[in-house]
Design a protein around this ligand. Structure first.
Ligand SMILES: NC(=O)C1=CN([C@@H]2O[C@H](COP(=O)(O)OP(=O)(O)OC[C@H]3O[C@@H](n4cnc5c(N)ncnc54)[C@H](OP(=O)(O)O)[C@@H]3O)[C@@H](O)[C@H]2O)C=CC1
Ligand SMILES: O=C(O)CCC(=O)C(=O)O
Length: 482
């Protein structure tokens, strides 16, 4: 019995649905009168039991045939794709992203399962001759062990899949601790993997707040931690685990620049700023937050952006007319409003938005904000806002634009709009970000190539593509003589 019809969601430990003593409740950020459900908060002993169960399951799962692992992950992909509409509605109700955005996220999660199903059989080492006579070398990949996966609320379905699909494909056991704001969709992931035939203890779900996450990462039985979230929490986890020799992957925030050169296609550049800065209510680590515009086109660009922004419809995430849903929570509303107030004190000029909006339903609606007179001394340009707020800088030339783009401790995503190949290539080379977009928004990524940043945006191997195999496997090098 999984309690799925009662709105009560238990934890998933050792193949069973385990109730808890305490539950947290989530409400729809588009309509606070609607409850999404009540979610079991794992106790420290639930967490310890999950780690024990994972260790019991590990020898069997890591020795399982690649074919079996592939079949299970393919079944998970099939279930996600079969249930895509219903999952997207739940995601939209729980997180507040529009249905279009939620559908894209669910589809990407399904494709990610499919890709890593293939990886289960592709997981390859190398065979080389030694530099010594009569010796061969066999370099093989093995799973790391029991992996703690800690995920944020802004991509609450695809990020848990980004982590659990490669963890399982390469033979690890995984324990997921999702953000407390978005347990409902994470719980569906546990249900999907259960239905797909993942054996008990191989994938487990422990819900709860920061305490549950802290209990999981500090458990001595954890071999690796893959974390996506804020820099503050990421650094705390690093302090806890690195000395213990626990493998660590951190995907943190961004302060992503988008440079619009004077030779850019203006309409496309404006569109990319709307998508990268305001869609998903700006709650993306890859959101464009610093827009750098050549002085020659600065005023025209701002005018065109204002026209497009005024036309955006902000409303209930499930209303097909909404372009942008609400912010995800009351703390988010407070945080983003605080940055708007600070920007004005710091001398930025508010040209549009930045206000809480009343709508028919009570929710955390907020108008996208455009600031001009951007300057790297302003706090909105140094810290991640994680909301629909952009700051526009005026650049005198290409070199000045690159200097502004790189003047940040972060280094996740950066973009350029230009019709010059030479400029695009020069920007690509000069950028200090882990991902560079040419004539594309700073948001949006593929599942088969590494995703992640540099500097304060990341630590350890990247996610997805070749990054995932580096993080979720260990190499063993064997020297063999007759
Ligand atoms: N670079 C990237 O790939 C991405 C980065 N992000 C970043 O995520 C942040 C927003 O997500 P948000 O969820 O607010 O981030 P947080 O860092 O607050 O939380 C992330 C996860 O960590 C958990 N957590 C909180 N405290 C601890 C702790 N002491 N020990 C272990 N786990 C803990 C949270 O649980 P709980 O929520 O229950 O408190 C949540 O599951 C932004 O800064 C954004 O840039 C988001 C998406 C992608
Ligand atoms: O590119 C994606 O699909 C998700 C990226 C992400 O996590 C983000 O932008 O916050």
């Amino acid at each position: 019995m999984d309690s799925s019809t009662s709105g009560i969601r238990p934890n998933y430990i050792n193949g069973e649905w385990r109730p808890a003593e305490a539950y947290s409740e989530r409400r729809n950020p588009s309509d606070l009168s609607e409850s999404i459900g009540r979610f079991a908060m794992a106790s420290p002993s639930d967490v310890a039991d999950a780690v024990t169960a994972a260790h019991q399951a590990l020898p069997g799962w890591s020795a399982e045939t690649p074919q079996k692992r592939q079949d299970i992950l393919n079944r998970a992909a099939d279930i996600v794709i079969r249930r895509k509409d219903e999952l997207a509605v739940l995601l939209s109700r729980e997180e507040g992203k529009t249905l279009v955005e939620a559908k894209a996220e669910v589809m990407k999660a399904g494709e990610t399962f499919r890709y890593f199903a293939g990886e289960a059989v592709r997981m390859a080492g190398a065979s080389l001759r030694s530099v010594r006579a009569g010796v061969d070398i066999d370099m093989r990949r093995e799973p790391v062990g029991v992996m703690a996966l800690i995920t944020p609320w802004n991509f609450p379905f695809s990020i848990p899949v980004w982590k659990s699909a490669p963890a399982l494909a390469y033979g690890n056991c995984a324990i997921l601790k999702p953000a407390d704001l978005t347990n409902a969709i994470a719980w569906e992931l546990a249900k999907i993997l259960h239905e797909a035939g993942v054996p008990p203890g191989v994938f487990q779900l422990v819900m709860g707040g920061a305490e549950t996450g802290a209990a999981l990462v500090s458990d001595q039985g954890i071999d690796g931690v893959s974390f996506t979230g804020s820099g503050a929490v990421g650094r705390r986890i690093a302090k806890d685990v690195v000395d213990r020799g626990v493998r660590l992957q951190l995907e943190l925030g961004g302060k992503n620049p988008l440079y619009v050169a004077s030779d850019a296609d203006m309409a496309k550049a404006v569109d990319a700023v709307i998508k990268g800065g305001f869609y998903s209510t700006g709650q993306r680590c890859t959101a464009s937050s610093r827009i750098i515009v050549d002085a020659a086109i600065h005023e025209r660009f701002v005018e065109e952006l204002l026209v497009r922004t005024r036309a955006l419809r902000i409303g209930h995430a499930l209303d097909p007319k909404s372009d942008i849903g609400p912010l995800a929570s009351a703390p988010q509303l407070q945080r983003v409003s605080g940055f708007v107030a600070e920007a004005e004190q710091d001398g930025a000029e508010r040209r549009y938005g930045g206000d809480r909006l009343d709508r028919e339903t009570q929710g955390y609606f907020f108008s996208p904000a455009i600031f001009t007179r951007g300057d790297m001394r302003q706090i909105i340009n140094r810290e991640e806002v994680f909301g629909p707020v952009i700051s526009i800088f005026k650049a005198q030339d290409f070199d000045a634009a690159v200097r502004i783009a790189n003047a940040t401790e972060y280094g996740l995503s950066a973009g350029i709009f230009t019709s010059s190949h030479a400029k695009a290539r020069a920007f690509m080379r000069a950028s200090t970000a882990g991902m560079v977009m040419v004539n594309l928004p700073t948001v949006g990524s593929d599942y088969h190539v590494p995703f992640g940043g540099r500097g304060a945006s990341a630590y350890g191997p990247k996610e997805m593509g070749l990054g995932a195999v580096e993080f979720f496997t260990e190499t063993k090098t064997a020297y063999i003589a007759d």
